[in-house]
Ligand binder design. Structure first.
Ligand SMILES: *Cc1c(COP(=O)(O)O)cnc(C)c1O
Length: 388
């Protein structure tokens, strides 16, 4: 566990960082500055804002807030998590090489291979828990090591310190997608990462009502470069979306506490359940990187997967049969979600390849919400009874 270097703890920053009561009216909340352009006091004499793609006051507050949560100096917000990932790739040049985990988010794999290979970026996907494999993959042309932890849906935990060290030996950037853990549980900049990437759509927004992304860094030059691409590409969030995420981040710490408590309890219950073969949750002693997770994270998060002792069809019956858990992709909202990777989030992977990667037919992923834990258990029990 690590300490935050800033003045305030994350519970306080979540509510106050980047947000001052309005000077004129005293209004506590950041207004939604639904505004595209700004009056200049003379030609070229603006008060910090010229045009809302380049900068908007509601966005500025969100960017400062997310940066503070990560314990970073500089934040930039985007219209989606993919918008932020795209911007990291904009920092590279044709011929550059990227090393990423072989179980990265599907959209990340897609933008890497189907969008940027076309522009002559090269990608290698390796098991990032195997540092020898990462060392074998990096080379002189490597400019970026992309890390996700915990990963989706098997909840593998990657060692950020070690992977950042390998990246830096080759003068490459280490970027960490911190969407699953959130800064409440894990702050990659403290472990040597250069850039933290977020899908604000998930826990930071927290209410399944907005799509957004963010990048945070401690390096001023890097931030300016990111800002250049943010403005040039234009995948910027609307002021209303920024307002929604700011509303979400205020309660991030208290929501995460409940997400973690519920997930821990549910993981233990599933682990002892006769209908379940295996549970994937970093908080369980049996998890292969439990010790690393204990060091790197302050708690283990709200995401878990389990393998039903049954067929693909029986697993489908379970995910269709729940009431507290809604059958849906995505994650990180207050409501519990359930999905079957084999036919939903990971359906694009050919079956043999998918099973070899551990994504079996009976695998079920849940985003554990903040409802009552006993209602969740009873709900799953009813679905198991109906399916098995
Ligand atoms: C959802 C997600 C993304 C993409 O974010 P969007 O907001 O959907 O564009 C990237 N990484 C991870 C880990 C995600 O879960």
């Amino acid at each position: 566990m690590t300490d935050r270097s800033e003045d305030f703890r994350i519970e306080t920053d979540a509510i106050h960082a980047g947000q001052e009561p309005d000077e004129e009216t005293g209004a506590l909340m950041t207004p939604i500055h639904a505004n595209s352009t700004y009056k200049q006091d003379g030609p070229g004499e603006h008060r910090g804002y010229e045009y809302s793609r380049t900068g908007n006051p509601t966005r500025t507050d969100l960017e400062a807030n997310v940066a503070a949560l990560e314990g970073g100096e500089y934040g930039r917000a985007f219209s989606s998590g993919m918008g932020s990932i795209n911007t990291v790739l904009n920092l590279l040049e044709a011929g550059d090489h990227v090393v990423a985990g072989d179980d990265v988010y599907g959209g990340t794999h897609r933008i890497f291979t189907q969008v940027y290979e076309k522009f002559d970026l090269e990608f290698d996907f390796v098991d990032t828990t195997d540092h020898d494999a990462v060392r074998d993959a990096v080379g002189e042309s490597t400019e970026l090591v992309w890390v996700e932890t915990p990963t989706n849906p098997l909840m593998n935990v990657n060692d950020i310190d070690a992977l950042a060290d390998i990246a830096h030996e080759y003068d490459a950037l280490c970027a960490v997608d911190n969407t699953f853990a959130t800064p409440y549980l894990q702050r990659p900049l403290e472990h040597g990462a250069d850039i933290v990437s977020h899908s604000l759509t998930k826990y930071l927004g927290g209410h399944s009502d907005v799509v957004g992304g963010a990048l945070v860094t401690d390096d001023e030059e890097l931030d300016e470069e990111i800002g250049f691409y943010q403005n040039s590409v234009g995948a910027t969030p609307s002021p209303f979306d920024c307002f929604l995420v700011l509303r979400g981040t205020k309660t991030l710490p208290i929501r995460m506490d409940r997400h973690c408590d519920n997930a821990r309890e549910l993981a233990r219950w599933l682990d002892e359940h006769e209908a379940v073969d295996e549970v994937f949750y970093p908080g369980l002693d049996s998890h292969p990187q439990h010790e690393l997770a204990t060091e790197q994270m302050d708690d283990f998060g709200g995401m878990l997967s389990f393998e039903l002792d049954g067929t693909l069809e029986q697993a489908s019956t379970v995910v269709e049969g729940t009431e507290v858990f809604t059958l849906a992709e995505s994650l990180g909202g207050v409501e519990s979600l359930i999905e079957q990777p084999a036919v939903m989030t990971h359906a694009a992977i050919p079956r043999e390849e998918r099973i070899a990667a551990g994504l079996t037919d009976g695998l079920i992923r849940v985003s554990v919400g903040v409802e009552h834990i006993e209602d969740m258990k009873a709900d799953l029990q009813r679905a198991f009874d109906a399916a098995l």
